[in-house]
Design a protein around this ligand. Structure first.
Ligand code: G6P
Length: 657
């Protein structure tokens, strides 16, 4: 949800900002901008609508010198994506420049007041008021002006501020949106996320809420809103920048799909020591955990689907009631929390999702103990929780989450084992059987990845089917034009069809919706499979509990939708076969996800297409089922020519409510 980066030092600021923004593009990509100041107090400001490339194309062959700068990549919240709304923003003059991630909730009233004072606005954004306020309050000290400005702001912000009068200072401030300060030698940085500056420094300060940093090339001073200095801890980043690079893959998504066996292996190696599950930062005593009688899981998007699967896992292992809610619902609901009895588990890849963070705070206020499952180390959710379990998936760049999802699933299995040990709901024999089964997962995943050509073939066959149908529609168009005597009318019709055909693939795919069905522990897999497809192909897809099909979705069935049925060998296998028969009886097209060696499901009366996964205890099958569903979505997106890593309208980290 918008990425910001800033630099002060002796190197070329433009180069460093461009490098940083490129790795933050996953946070938003509808416009980008930079502001650079040189030693002679000259300003270079460039803003471009569209993907980041539009900005870098403009910079080719331009000598942009300067030692101080701020940059921004935008995901629009207030005002359409255009150059005027792109950041950096400035006040009446271009002396004060601001980049912002978050939402200024009271921007409207601030704007009205500023207008009365003679301030003129040139954008529709909420951010612009910040630049005007800093300009208004500036009395020769930028830090004081920013501190005063912040006193007027409601909402969330990560800010980078520079001023032409103090070209040796960069100011950073945060509340409820992530921001870090990178410490270099004779240079310093700010960024929304670590990968943006990791090639430049490994020493980081995580800013907390209502902290403001005054940064020169040799010093970083962090103060609170009253200007009182705060001593901050320097954190050394130990992971590699390579994991945030494409490494020869055509897309981050495919790279991250293929990384899953290593991720699961890493989690198992790290978490299982002498047949015992260990979590180093859980920070909740065994006695406190033993007392827990109910668990509430809260998350958004893919993490919510991992949470839903977590419910099946934990209920089976702990035999206590588990609720799951999306964060945006949980935070506004009546939260039923019993002190010392309710455990809240938050799941978040980024650890910054605004609604999940707000849920954390709401539950904490009611006295709940909070455990979070996060991927990004040091993120807000991780820091504000009582305990944290890191998922160890490494940086996930693709907007569509893949490896973070299976890492979250694996974490739930391990947490189940850990808690069931404490609650004594599992026998030593069961534990050892589960551990044995879990150890098989990385190799099973490797097998799926090795055989992914099959999934690709199915995906591309399906894309061809769609193109064929589109061609038929164009034929109909031609017939129509011929019939029109009035050439103007014919042209109008042709244009209408042409614009339709060039509009979003989702609409063009209107005749080809997808339905994903699963039961029990694979019901969340069906939801996640549908979400993956929607996110990157814009095809309308629905995930359903297979038993619910009769209560609505069955009305969709004819030969056009593709019905993806998760029918692995399990206690509900026969039930899935019955559902498939119901679909086939209505001339439906079925793609079955089945267990290797299952001869029954190969029969024509069940499957038009089949994708096999290796045999595993069905309790763990969601870890495997996820992969072919991810590959299917990926390959259809590639076949349709969609922008896989940067799907329209989405952002990886949703730091607005
Ligand atoms: C966005 C992303 C999803 C992600 C969701 C929750 O919608 O596009 O991939 O699942 O946010 O994010 P979190 O970082 O909290 O897991």
């Amino acid at each position: 949800m918008c990425g910001i980066v800033g630099y002060i030092g002796d190197k070329n600021a433009a180069t460093i900002l461009v490098e940083g923004l490129r790795s933050l593009e996953y946070r938003g990509y509808d416009s980008a901008g930079i502001a650079i100041v040189d030693k002679r107090k000259r300003l270079y400001l460039l803003k471009k609508k569209g993907k980041f490339k539009a900005l870098t194309d403009c910079l080719i062959n331009r000598q942009v010198a300067g030692h101080l700068g701020i940059g921004h990549t935008r995901w629009a919240t207030h005002g359409e994506p255009n150059e005027a709304n792109a950041h950096p923003h400035y006040g009446n003059t271009r002396n004060f420049l601001v980049v912002h991630n978050g939402i200024i909730e009271n921007h409207h009233e601030l704007k009205l007041a500023l207008k009365k004072d003679g301030h003129r606005f040139s954008s529709q954004t909420d951010t612009e008021v910040v630049a005007h306020l800093v300009e208004k309050f500036y009395k020769g000290d930028l830090l004081s002006a920013v501190c005063r400005t912040i006193g007027y702001l409601k909402g969330s912000f990560a800010l980078g501020v520079i001023c032409m009068h103090e070209p040796d200072i960069l100011i950073a401030a945060r509340k409820d949106s992530p921001l870090i300060v990178g410490l270099g030698k004779g240079e310093n940085f700010i960024a929304s996320d670590v990968p943006a500056i990791l090639s430049r420094t490994r020493d980081i300060i995580y800013l907390d809420n209502n902290e403001i940093a005054k940064i020169s090339k040799t010093q970083v001073k962090v103060v609170d809103l009253k200007g009182k200095e705060i001593k901050k801890k320097k954190v050394r980043i130990t992971w590699n920048a390579d994991s945030a690079e494409k490494a020869g893959y055509s897309h981050f998504m495919l790279k991250e799909i293929e990384e899953q066996p290593q991720v699961i292996e890493r989690i198992l190696r790290h978490r299982i020591k002498s047949k015992t599950v260990t979590f180093e930062n859980i920070n909740l005593s065994r006695a406190a955990l033993k007392n827990i009688t109910n668990i509430q899981i809260v998350a958004c998007g893919t993490a919510y689907h991992a949470g839903l699967c977590g419910k099946y896992i934990l209920e089976k292992m702990l035999q206590i009631p588990i609720n799951v809610d999306t964060s945006s619902e949980f935070r506004y609901r009546q939260q039923i929390i019993t002190k010392n009895k309710t455990l809240i588990i938050l799941v978040s890849q980024s650890g910054e999702t605004a609604d999940t963070l707000a849920s954390l705070r709401a539950a904490k206020e009611k006295g709940a103990k909070i455990l979070s499952i996060c991927n990004v180390v040091g993120s807000s959710i991780a820091r504000e929780s009582d305990g944290v379990i890191y998922t160890l998936a490494g940086p996930e760049i693709s907007v569509a989450s893949t490896k973070a999802y299976t890492a979250q699933l694996m974490t739930f299995y391990l947490l189940g084992l850990y808690l069931s040990g404490i609650k004594e709901t599992i026998t030593a024999k069961q534990l050892s059987r589960y551990l044995k089964e879990m150890e098989k997962i990385p190799d099973c995943m490797r097998d799926i990845i090795k055989n992914q050509k099959k999934v690709k073939k199915i995906a591309h066959e399906y894309v061809d089917r769609y193109h064929y149908r589109l061609a038929e529609q164009f034929k109909f168009l031609e017939d129509d034009i011929v019939q029109f005597k009035d050439p103007k009318k014919a042209l109008e019709l042709a244009e209408k069809w042409a614009s339709l055909s060039h509009s979003a693939y989702g609409r063009r795919f209107g005749d080809f919706p997808f339905l994903y069905l699963g039961r029990n522990v694979n019901y969340p897999s069906a939801l996640e499979g549908a979400l993956k497809l929607k996110e990157i192909t814009y095809i309308s897809a629905e995930g359903y509990a297979a038993g619910e099909m009769k209560h609505g979705p069955i009305a969709l069935i004819d030969e056009f939708p593709l019905v993806v049925c998760i029918a692995t060998k399990s206690e509900v296998y026969e039930k899935m076969l019955s559902n498939i028969r119901e679909i086939k009886a209505r001339n439906g097209t079925v793609l079955s996800i089945a267990t290797k060696g299952d001869k029954e499901i190969r029969k024509k009366e069940y499957s038009n297409y089949i994708i096999e996964i290796p045999e595993i205890d069905d309790f763990f099958s969601p870890l495997l089922v996820a992969l072919p569903l991810q590959i299917l979505a990926y390959q259809i997106a590639v076949g349709l020519g969609c922008d896989v890593d940067q799907p329209r309208n989405l952002a990886k980290s949703v730091t607005v409510e």
